[in-house]
Structure formats: C-alpha cells, structure tokens
Design a protein around this ligand. Structure first.
Ligand SMILES: [Zn+2]
Length: 116
C-alpha cells in the first residue's frame, strides 16, 4: 500500500485551509486529485471507481498514462468497444465508444463484487 494512504485525511486537513491564490491554483487542483486517489485507496477503493459515470475517460489516453491496459478492441471505428483492465486492481471494464456531437466512452465494470 502507498505509504501516504494513512495520512491522506491529515494532508487534506492541512492543505484545505491554505489560501493558494490564483497563481498556483493548478497545483491546488493536482493536490486535490492526488488526495482523492489516496482516499479511494485508503477506503479499499481504486481510482477506476471513477470511470463509470462521466463519459470523458478516453481508454487510449488512460492506457498511455499507465492507468489501464487495453486488452482487446472491436473493429476500430467511431462506434467500437474496448476491453480494459485496471493496472492497479485488475478490474475489467467493457467500454463502449460512441459519437454524438463529441466522442464519449461508457465504462461498465465487469464482475463487480458490490451491487449494480
Ligand atoms: Zn482499479
């Protein structure tokens, strides 16, 4: 486990009161993103918990960042599917790519332990 996980709550308390101002707001957002990942892991969850729901997770981009591995895809095209595996917890997702004004991806976890 990440050694920072037990400290996530304390780091958040220590940083949320800081007035980081406009100049380094991007840094603040990065801290928040990192803390959210840590909190998920501290709760026994993985960041891939965030994939179902929003439609902006591009499987290719996630693979390039090392977050998932694309196991297989259908015939490439605008409307296609991906089979992705989380590189952290190994959960497998069926990802449907669609195109309606913009390209979107719908992630469906396969074999989740909790209810649908
Ligand atoms: Zn995962």
């Amino acid at each position: 486990m990440d050694p920072l996980v037990p400290h996530a709550a304390r780091i958040r308390r220590a940083t949320e009161k800081l007035d980081l101002g406009g100049l380094i707001r991007p840094n603040s957002a990065n801290v928040d993103f990192a803390l959210t990942k840590l909190e998920h892991r501290g709760q026994g969850l993985c960041w891939c918990e965030d994939y179902p729901g929003p439609l902006h997770w591009d499987p290719e981009r996630e693979q390039n960042e090392g977050h998932v591995r694309i196991v297989s895809t259908s015939e490439p095209g605008w409307s296609m599917t991906y089979e992705c595996e989380c590189t952290i917890c190994g959960r497998v997702f069926d990802v449907e790519q669609g195109d309606h004004h913009f390209t979107w991806w719908r992630w469906r976890p396969r074999g989740v332990k909790r209810g649908t």
